[in-house]
Design a protein around this ligand. Sequence first.
Ligand SMILES: [Zn+2]
Length: 437
Amino acid sequence: MLCDLFGGDGAQSRAGEADVSVTTCPACGYHVAVLFYDGGQQPLATLGWPESADEARAMPRLPLRFVRCVDCGHVFNAAFDYAAVPYRNHPNRMFNHGLRWTEFLESARARMVGRLPASPTVVEIGHGEGGFLEALARSLPNGRFAGFDPHGAERSSVPGVEFHRSLFRPETHMAELRPDLLISRHVLEHLTDPLGFVQSLGFAAAMAGIQPLLYIEVPCIDRALAYGRIEDFYYEHNSHFTTESFSRMIARSFSAVDALDHGYNGEVVYALLRLRGRLEHLEHARAARGFARMADQSRQVIQLELARLFMAGKRVAFWGGTGKCAAFLQAHRVDAQRFPLVVDSDRDKAGSYVPGTGQRIEFRDVLLGKPVDVIVVPSQWRARDIVEEAARAGIVYGQLLIPHNGQLVDYFTAEHPYGGRAVAAGKVEESCSALTV
Ligand SMILES: [Zn+2]
C-alpha cells in the first residue's frame, strides 16, 4: 500500500503532499486522487427534512471532502459514509416535470423502443416513482416491465408493470427474468461502487447466456466544472461523473458502446449498449468454482486421512509450523491433542507456537531422539530440500507424505511434480526405509 509507504492512515499522504489521497476511484478503480473541494462539515442538503428551525440548525454536520481521480477525472467525496444518508425515509427525487426534461425522457424512451421486440421484458433498477417505466410500458402494451427499488413506488395501475420494493440481484434476477433491456437512471451516482455494479450486470448476463441492452444515465458535471458551480457538491451527492469518468467506467466494463451522449443541455450523460459477455470471465469463473469444489473436498479427504493416521496409533510429525505450513495445519484442524509434534528447519522458529492450533515448534533435531512413523511436509514444493536435510541430519522415519491434488501422497512413490522418484532413486535413498509404517 502506498499509504503505508507514506506512513499515512490509509486516506492521505504525508505533509507537503496533503492534497493527495490514496483512495479508490468509484468510476475507474484508480487509486490516486487530489483534493478538489473541501466543504468542511455540512448537514444533509436534500434528504434531511428538518421539521423546525431548531431541528434544522441542530442537524449533524457531515464531512465534505471531494477529491478528483487523477486518472479519469471523477469527483467523489472521499469521506462519504453511505450509512449517514437516510434513503429509507425520503427516497431521492431527481429533476422535475419541466418541458425540456420531459422531452429528454421521451427521446430516451423512443431510442429504447426502437431497439426492443414487440413483447419485451424490461427491468428498471431503481424505478423511484415509476413514471419512466410506466410510460415505456404504455408504448409497448404486450411487454413485461419490472422495477426494483427498496424505496420506490409499491404498485402500478399500468398493465404489465410490476414493482418490487427490493434490490435487483444480478446473479438471481438476470437468469430469472432474462430481460431484453436493463435501465438504470440516476442510481449509479449514489452507489459507493458503481464500477462494481455495472460489471456485475455484465457478468450476470454472461452467466445467464443472454445479451440484453443496458441503458445507464447519470448527472454530468462537465458544466459544473466549466462554470465553477461549488453548490453541486453536497453530502448526498457523493459521486460525480464527468463525460470522461463515465466513459472510462463503461470502457473498463464493456467492449463496445452503441451510444454515449448528453441530454438536458449537457447536464446528464447516458450510454446505451449491448451486454456481451466475455469468454475469459466465464473461463475464470468456471476455474474458480472448480478450485473451490476441489478445496472443499481436499480438506475433507485430508482431515479423514489424518484421522486415520491418528486412529492407527501412528507417531506423526509435521515439518514446518509457520506460513503455508501453519495454513495447512489450520485448514485441516490439526489439533495439538492428536498431533503435538511440529518441527522446523529453522532454529530461530523453535520455541514459538503454531498460530491457531498451538503446537510448540521444535527444531528438527528433536526427531533424532524420538523417531516418528510419518513426517508430513505441508510445503510440498520444498519437500526435496527437507528430505535431503533429514538425510544429512540422520533423521529416520517410516514414510514422508505431502499434500498433492487433494490428498496426502507418499513423496517417494506417488506421481507428483516435486521430484520424489528421482530422490528415491538417488543419493538419499538409504535414509528412507529405516522404519516401516
Ligand atoms: Zn477514476
